[in-house]
Ligand binder design. Structure first.
Ligand code: GDP
Ligand code: GDP
Length: 520
């Protein structure tokens, strides 16, 4: 069992209100991998957690300002809480201050706390929009750190240097991160190769004879069908890691009870590996002819610190982020009495953003009074409304106490794991897309109808599809949604996000002996 030992590293932004945490957050997260994941913005609008990538390293950014507990609290207390959270859960802390205002008492208090940690702390003096402000930023050296970064989050000034330092301070890259990066690079290289090929619209494999017999040139350039077939073969090479399922949710919703119920039923524990990280406990149990890894984020209770209440909730959320980034599927456990909280919605958004599978388990169903079959339907309707962007996540009501449907949770999670790794051959995919486009073509934009020439799956976990089109920008969001729905109708993909990426088909202007004239 390799490579599950660490999730993505967490970088926390700490600072009092209005120093520019969310501006910096949006700049750092917004730029990340925009090409591959185009539609993430819609899933989580005011995000507190997001994925970032810089110099080839990926990390999770947390805006601790959004984790405000009691909005009425004095600013000093809010910032101190953020600092404590960051000290306990983050790998690198960016301490934001305001160069236009200079050091304030709230900054001083936070600095005092942050000085005590052994974690790397980077002081960033924001709003250093011009040289004068940059000089003013030097005041913050008084806080005692060797270096302060003068930045302007809104203009971008100095942000690159800050991110260089963040990446430098991150813990070493885990095997899982290296493997993931390799897969992404391969998919990217493949998409590029495809874009250079000259695919005829929806002509795949066996029917590659639309041309006029001059196929030798195709072979040389690598026809789309050739490349597609090669890629299908490459993707079929499997890795056989067992499914890893993370159990996340607010404190006291019953995560531990659910885990215990599952372990109690299966009896034989294959292995128990505490201490691989301090964030969660992994337990491997047999499942059918294979195994599954259960990642328990509730396993570690913090003594002496906040054990319950809103503060504990924030701690558990940050810990969940790491667990999610090394899981295949997350089970979001809710309490039937409370339903979905804002925090839950954020976590669900993050699960999807990370491309993980998602199951929603509504626990303590035994406590719901006067149940009729309508109770569950009403609950589902409510949750679907609140989580409209993840209508493909299965919802199940359970009781960890009585054992009702707990096994179902695992079944759904393992199914979602399978769906998340589903591969569709290039030929099959193009037949489906051709039919969908024929039934409903994309809308005309500026007098032109964008053509979808060719589609191919460039990755799994989550399934990622590239559509080569004449003009990606004019393929409307609703049309993307339409294509996603056709894919889901045909292939299910229950419990997993899928990604649709639209790329321009590059038409290379290579002189073709006699060919063009022959065609026209
Ligand atoms: P937060 O409360 O720490 O998340 O702060 P925000 O990101 O919401 O920023 C607070 C205000 O400062 C907003 O009006 C931003 O437009 C502004 N701001 C953020 N970064 C900069 C900057 O680099 N320069 C200037 N001049 N204003 C900034
Ligand atoms: P965690 O913090 O999410 O791990 O939650 P726990 O598993 O520690 O459960 C919190 C409390 O809820 C405990 O008192 C449990 O006995 C109780 N609990 C958990 N699941 C259920 C359930 O399905 N029904 C009822 N009635 N109580 C439950």
């Amino acid at each position: 069992m390799v490579s599950r030992s660490a999730g993505l590293p967490v970088v926390a932004f700490v600072g009092r209100p209005n120093v520019g945490k969310s501006t910096l957050f949006n700049r750092v997260v917004g730029d990340a991998r925009a090409a591959i994941v185009e539609d993430r913005a819609r899933t989580t609008r005011d995000r507190l957690y997001g994925d970032a990538e810089w110099n080839g390293r990926r990390f999770v950014v947390v805006d601790t300002g959004g984790l405000e507990i009691f909005p009425g609290d004095p600013i000093e207390e809010q910032v101190q809480l953020q600092a404590r959270l960051a000290i306990s859960e983050a790998d690198v802390i960016v301490f934001l201050v305001d160069a236009a205002v200079g050091p304030t008492p709230a900054d001083q208090d936070a600095a005092e706390l942050l000085r005590k940690t052994t974690k790397p702390v980077l002081v960033a003096a924001n709003k250093a929009d011009n040289q004068q402000r940059e000089l003013a930023a030097a005041e913050f050296y008084a806080f005692g750190w060797d270096e302060t970064f003068a930045i302007s989050a809104s203009h971008g000034r100095g942000v690159a240097d800050l991110l260089d330092a963040v990446v430098w301070a991150l813990p070493p890259e885990s095997e899982a991160e290296i493997a993931r990066k390799q897969r992404e690079d391969e998919a990217e290289a493949f998409a590029k190769e495809m874009a250079r090929a000259r695919p005829a619209p929806f002509v795949v494999g066996e029917s590659d004879d639309d041309d006029d017999g001059t196929d030798d040139e195709d072979a040389e350039a690598g026809s789309a069908a050739d490349i597609g077939a090669r890629w299908d073969a490459a993707m079929a090479a499997d890795d056989d890691e067992p499914p890893a399922i993370a159990f996340v949710g607010r404190p006291n919703v019953g995560k531990s009870s659910l885990l215990n119920a599952l372990l109690g039923e299966t009896r034989t524990i294959v292995s128990d590996t505490p201490g691989t990280t301090r964030d969660a406990i992994d337990t491997t149990i047999p499942w059918g002819r294979s195994e599954v890894v259960l990642i328990d984020t509730a396993g570690i209770k913090r003594r002496g610190k906040v054990a319950s209440g809103p503060a504990a909730e924030k701690y558990s959320t940050m810990r969940a982020l790491k667990a999610i980034s090394r899981a295949d599927v997350a089970v979001l456990v809710l309490d039937a009495a409370d339903g979905l909280t804002a925090q839950d919605a954020h976590v669900a958004g993050y699960v999807i953003e990370e491309g993980r599978g998602l199951i929603i388990a509504v626990n303590k169903w035994d406590l719901v009074e006067d149940k009729t079959h309508k109770s569950f339907d009403d609950l589902v309707t409510e949750l679907r409304r609140e989580l409209a962007f993840i209508d493909y996540a299965p919802i199940v009501s359970i009781s960890a106490k009585t054992g009702q449907r707990v096994q179902k949770v695992l079944e759904l999670a393992v199914d979602a794991w399978g769906e998340r790794r589903r591969r569709i051959s290039t030929g099959e995919l193009n037949r489906l897309v051709a039919a969908a486009v024929e039934r409903t073509p994309p809308a005309v934009v500026h007098g032109k109808r964008p053509k979808i020439r060719y589609a191919t799956q460039v990755g799994v976990a989550p399934p990622t599809f590239v559509f080569f089109t004449t003009d990606p920008a004019s393929v409307h969001f609703s049309y993307r949604r339409y294509l996603e729905n056709r894919l889901r109708d045909a292939y299910d993909f229950t419990g997993t996000p899928i990604r649709l990426v639209f790329r321009e088909q590059v038409r290379e202007k290579r002189p073709k002996k006699g060919r063009r004239t022959q065609r026209s």
